[in-house]
Design a protein around this ligand. Structure first.
Ligand code: GSH
Length: 202
């Protein structure tokens, strides 16, 4: 299978982490959707990354669908609980929270790249405030635990790591580490994993 993406995209990082953690063989192809000759819109009608192309040319999108599909391919490890409905919901809710942080941070970035007179300060504030609230919620939910859900790594951890890495990339002025020392300690720990190191290296 082939994963189309870019190194900056937080959604791509999330699914790369899933594929790496589960040791699923794949080719990672850097393909900016707006780049000349991009094949993204040909395989995903939405023209977005990540797009996972299976060996029979089936295209899987978007990132939650890719993550769930990849998780179903093997049990090593199980990243989305299979039988415990509440635990499964909590993991998917962590993913929704992390994806929401990504959505808002991407919106802030897109808005800030417009000419100053066309930027909507209200929209930027709205999304920055959503990120701030989501981080408070994440820190509260994590508490002093080693993992976001249960006693081992889950999609929740990979999604949260991707969201925080994106804030580090695009919101350098946001000092989430001082505001939430438990998220900081957790991020330092998870950043030592080979999968996270590989995606942060490019
Ligand atoms: N909800 C989607 C969001 C994907 C998305 O918005 N990706 C961005 C890159 S970060 C994209 O491909 N944008 C299209 C573009 O840049 O033209 C997912 O989770 O996969």
């Amino acid at each position: 299978m082939k994963l189309l993406g870019t190194n900056a995209s937080p959604y791509v990082r999330k699914v790369r982490l899933v594929l790496l953690e589960k040791n699923i063989p794949h080719d990672y192809v850097v393909d900016p959707p707006r780049g000349p000759g991009s094949q993204v819109a040909r395989v995903n009608p939405l023209g977005r990354i990540p797009a996972l192309i299976l060996d029979d040319e089936t295209c899987v999108f978007d990132s939650p669908v890719i993550a769930e599909f990849a998780d179903s391919l093997n049990d090593h490890p199980i990243l989305i609980p299979r039988n415990d409905a509440r635990a499964r919901m909590r993991v998917k809710r962590w993913e929704a929270l992390a994806d929401g942080i990504m959505d808002s941070a991407v919106t802030v970035r897109t808005e800030s790249m417009r000419p100053a007179e066309k930027q909507e300060a209200g929209n930027i504030n709205l999304h920055n405030n959503a990120i701030t609230r989501a981080l408070v919620y994440a820190a509260d939910q994590l508490g002093a635990s080693e993992w976001c859900e249960g006693d081992s790594i889950a999609l929740a951890d990979l999604a949260l790591a991707s969201a925080l890495a994106y804030l580090d990339l695009r919101q350098t002025g946001r000092d989430w580490r001082s505001a939430h020392p438990n998220l900081d300690a957790w991020f330092i720990r998870i950043s030592k994993r080979a999968s996270v190191r590989a995606t942060l290296a490019g």
